[in-house]
Design a protein around this ligand. Structure first.
Ligand code: SF4
Length: 330
């Protein structure tokens, strides 16, 4: 019998209604996440990239149900996480954790490192003695490269990289299956970014963790991901195995993003594709393909029909009227 993937996201939507005026009349809908589907195997990383405001962080919070979805399902180990309530929801939530871009904002400034990390095991009382608690905190501090002398210190005494290590230690103290990393290194210097990415990879190896790694930085995503999804205005434009996506991007939006990534020696240098205009407002998205107002290859059909995400290769999916799968269907 084949095992269910760790995570299946099926047609996930998060819409916000906009209100206006004194009587809060409905004034439209913002489709922050619009019909996103993907799956993630145990021990793997999926990178989610896109410009700011494309819905990637909202998607992460909706998967965790920190924000309730408007529609769609999230299956965790084959169980419908979106349908769970009460204790069953609490139990399932322990399998998923979130790491933030700015760990400082998420670390209580009045708590010591010991208590910040210990909080998650305090909630579930996973220890029987104070010493057991202390030992577990010390163990994850060592695992995340934190000096044990830091235990009684407060968040403001640390650098950004050390704070992110504290955030990671807090996330793994009660070992989860999946961590959603929301721009975890974008506030850090490049040399520190590499250290945090290497730490996340080492923890993945040692603990069998899975990651959803959300970032606007395609170089960072390339380094850590097995598969990559590209989002634009709440839609998944392309989803593929990392090698296939970076070597052969099919969607014009992905092609433009990848053309802007600095290349290492030996990598194929593509002509830089400059996109004109700004990302349209999600409150007033374009008709048809949401990218058509900026796409260098837009055709008349692009303003009329939204392309579906279709398979274009082995583990390679693309939403574009130019792709053979879409062209053949139209
Ligand atoms: Fe460009 Fe049309 Fe493809 Fe959208 S569907 S990415 S507008 S070519």
């Amino acid at each position: 019998m084949s095992q269910a993937p760790l995570l299946q996201v099926e047609h996930l939507k998060k819409y916000y209604s906009m209100k206006t005026g004194l009587f809060s009349r409905a004034a439209g809908v913002v489709k922050a996440v619009d019909d996103i589907s993907f799956q993630l195997e145990s021990g793997q990383t999926i990178g989610i990239v896109g410009e700011s405001g494309c819905g990637k962080s909202t998607m992460g919070k909706t998967i965790l149900r920190l924000i309730e979805p408007t529609a769609g399902k999230v299956l965790l180990d084959g169980e419908d996480f979106t349908a769970l309530q009460g204790d069953a929801l609490k139990r399932a939530r322990r399998k998923m954790k979130l790491i933030f871009q700015d760990p400082y904002a998420s670390l209580n400034p009045r708590m010591t490192v010991r208590d910040i990390i210990g909080e998650n095991i305090d909630i579930d009382r996973t220890y029987s003695t104070r010493q057991e608690r202390e030992d577990r905190i010390a163990e994850v501090m060592e695992q995340t490269g934190l000096n044990l002398d830091y235990m009684d210190r407060y968040p403001h005494e640390f650098s950004g990289g050390q704070r992110q290590r504290i955030g990671i230690a807090r996330a793994i103290v009660l070992p989860p299956r999946l961590i959603i990393c929301d721009e975890p290194v974008s506030a850090l210097d490049v040399s520190i970014q590499a250290k945090i990415i290497n730490l996340l990879k080492a923890l993945q190896r040692d603990m069998g963790l899975s990651y959803i790694f959300i970032s606007h930085d395609l170089s960072v995503v390339k380094h850590i991901s097995d598969r990559v999804g590209v989002m634009y205005l709440g839609h998944m434009m392309e989803l593929a195995d990392k090698r296939s996506l970076y070597a052969n991007p099919m969607n014009p939006y992905t092609q433009a993003l990848i053309s802007a990534v600095p290349k290492l020696p030996g990598e194929t240098v593509r002509e830089k594709i400059a996109l004109s205009g700004d990302v349209p407002s999600p409150a007033n998205p374009p008709s048809g393909c949401c990218f058509h107002t900026r796409c260098p290859h837009a055709m008349p059909i692009c303003a009329q029909e939204q392309p579906e995400l279709k398979q274009v290769g082995e583990d390679h999916f693309c939403a574009c009227h130019l792709c053979k799968a879409c062209a053949a269907a139209s």
